[in-house]
Design a protein around this ligand. Structure first.
Ligand SMILES: [Zn+2]
Length: 133
């Protein structure tokens, strides 16, 4: 059987989005951390059915980063596999994720995004508290 990986999803490092300067800088930082093994990947069994038979659908995300997406042949769940290990994800989400995905041009934008998220979270919490009485 011919694999299901479409040519346009093969890993070539090219983003399919137009990235701004901060995004490009952070993409490069992530790539460097992957190359230096500061970010490392691990193969895992399917998180739903524990299966280990996957079909590769894509090798990159829209930022052009290496993100292998597979489908579990047993239960059909789409997942990233291999994926970064927990320590790598922690570092990625602490230092690169927001700058890469939101593309805020400076630290103030990132701080203001964070503050908006905090107040959004607080309003959800208030709603839940009110509705659960
Ligand atoms: Zn599965």
């Amino acid at each position: 059987m011919v694999g299901m990986l479409n040519k346009r999803y093969e890993f070539d490092g090219k983003p399919t989005l137009k990235l701004n300067k901060l995004q490009l800088k952070n993409k490069k930082l992530v790539e460097d951390k992957i190359n230096s093994k500061e970010y490392t990947f691990e193969k895992v069994n399917c998180v739903i059915c524990n299966g280990s038979d996957f079909e590769l659908l894509a090798e990159k995300d829209r930022y052009g980063l290496y993100v292998p997406t597979v489908i579990c042949k047993k239960c059909g769940l789409l997942q990233t596999n291999p994926r970064m290990n927990q320590e790598s994800y922690n570092k990625f989400y602490d230092s690169n994720y927001r700058r890469l995905y939101e593309g805020g041009e400076n630290e103030e934008n990132i701080a203001s995004f964070f503050n908006k998220q905090v107040s959004h979270g607080e309003s959800i919490l208030m709603l839940i508290e009110r509705e659960s009485k």
